[in-house]
Design a binder for this molecule. Structure first.
Ligand SMILES: *[C@@H]1O[C@H](CO)[C@@H](O)[C@H](O)[C@H]1NC(C)=O
Ligand SMILES: *[C@@H]1O[C@H](CO)[C@@H](O)[C@H](O)[C@H]1NC(C)=O
Ligand SMILES: *[C@@H]1O[C@H](CO)[C@@H](O)[C@H](O)[C@H]1NC(C)=O
Ligand SMILES: *[C@@H]1O[C@H](CO)[C@@H](O)[C@H](O)[C@H]1NC(C)=O
Ligand SMILES: *[C@@H]1O[C@H](CO)[C@@H](O)[C@H](O)[C@H]1NC(C)=O
Ligand SMILES: *[C@@H]1O[C@H](CO)[C@@H](O)[C@H](O)[C@H]1NC(C)=O
Ligand SMILES: [Ca+2]
Ligand SMILES: [Ca+2]
Ligand SMILES: [Ca+2]
Ligand SMILES: [Ca+2]
Length: 293
């Protein structure tokens, strides 16, 4: 809603800026949602992109009556974003004067609305109207899901039972709605590990590896898996996590001799304590579990 100021009543004031300071102290704008023009732009537009023509917006144009020349400029208020926008002082076209990153301006808010206040004034500077402009910045899918960290080593005991779960790092994506993280999947084909995704109370997705068959460190001691996180933007973006699953040894093998039975002949004249033969024993386990005594 615009308030009209007839500057003829204050024409002996030396400077127009005095009037503007008064405006800041007594804002004439009605509270909250009441705006005179609403524009929508995409984030990340190049500098100097057109946002919208203020002078042809119905709620503004109806104040700009008569055969007059009007000028436009931006007013400075605490919540206005004059660092991001410009207005052409003769046409009333708002343009961008910086690259606008929705993620930086609005983070995870699902609605990103930037505010401007503009003023119009006729050529003789005797009429002055302030207006509120809202500019909605739409999200683009310009961020990929990213894992923190992007590679990790986890370990699991070789005797772990089927369905044992292994927590893994989460991914995040700074975009919103469909453009943010939507799913995880296991990229590596595996008949030993599966990926289960659940939702926390705060609706974040939590991926976990789980065991689908039994392990045996003695046949394979580590697995290299890749988990992919995806958003549902168009086109969709993804990020990858590399997991080295290291299988911990469990003492599940008894020491064994290289042969089950030994047939030896001992010469009766052999002196006591002479070496008859060497027995070989080994243990498939590792570390202390594998030490043969
Ligand atoms: C506006 O004023 C100019 C000169 O001041 C005149 O030539 C023109 O015809 C006027 N237009 C309208 C729509 O009244
Ligand atoms: C500006 O507006 C005032 C007040 O309506 C009017 O008297 C004056 O003629 C206008 N000036 C121009 C150049 O249109
Ligand atoms: C305002 O727009 C007009 C018409 O497009 C253009 O001629 C003029 O150069 C612009 N002014 C500025 C300061 O960019
Ligand atoms: C409009 O902008 C141009 C270019 O920035 C400037 O030269 C001119 O003085 C401005 N006009 C008014 C009325 O502020
Ligand atoms: C593993 O979990 C699934 C689903 O929760 C269940 O159907 C299955 O019986 C479980 N398997 C074992 C061996 O516990
Ligand atoms: C995975 O971890 C194991 C044990 O820490 C290591 O021996 C193996 O080299 C690692 N594999 C890769 C591909 O990094
Ligand atoms: Ca961005
Ligand atoms: Ca974005
Ligand atoms: Ca994204
Ligand atoms: Ca073992």
């Amino acid at each position: 809603m615009a308030a009209m100021y007839d500057l003829s009543t204050i024409k002996y004031r030396p400077l127009l800026s005095t009037t503007l300071i008064l405006l800041v102290i007594f804002p004439p704008f009605s509270q909250a949602e009441n705006t005179d023009a609403f524009f929508t732009i995409q984030e990340e537009l190049p500098i100097n992109s057109e946002v919208g023509m203020v002078s042809t917006q119905p709620d503004i144009a109806r104040y700009l009556f008569g055969n007059e020349t009007w000028f436009y400029w931006l007013l400075v208020y605490p919540d206005t974003r004059n660092n991001l926008f410009d207005i052409n002082n003769t046409t009333g076209m708002i343009t961008t004067k910086a690259r606008i990153d929705r993620e930086m301006e609005c983070h995870f808010e699902t609605e990103c609305i930037l505010k401007l206040k503009i003023a119009t004034q006729n050529a003789s500077k005797r009429k002055f109207y302030p207006f509120s402009i809202d500019i909605e910045v739409e999200d683009k899918n310009d961020n990929s899901p990213v894992f923190h960290p992007s590679s990790t080593t986890v370990s699991i005991d070789e005797d772990a039972s089927i369905n044992t779960t292994i927590p893994i790092p989460l991914a995040s994506d700074n975009d919103i709605l469909e453009n943010t993280l939507q799913s995880y999947r296991l990229k590596t084909a595996s008949n030993v590990f599966g990926l289960r995704v659940s939702r926390n109370l705060d609706r974040t997705l939590v991926p976990q590896l789980y065991l689908t068959s039994e392990l045996d460190r003695e046949s394979q001691q580590s697995y290299l898996l890749t988990v992919v996180a995806m958003d549902r933007g168009v086109p969709s973006k993804s990020g990858e996590l590399t997991i080295n699953v290291s299988v911990n040894d469990v003492n599940d093998n008894a020491p064994m001799f290289t042969q089950q039975t030994y047939d030896i002949e001992v010469d009766e004249v052999e002196p006591i304590n002479s070496r008859v033969m060497t027995l070989n024993a080994y243990d498939l386990d590792t570390g202390l579990n594998g030490r043969v005594r």
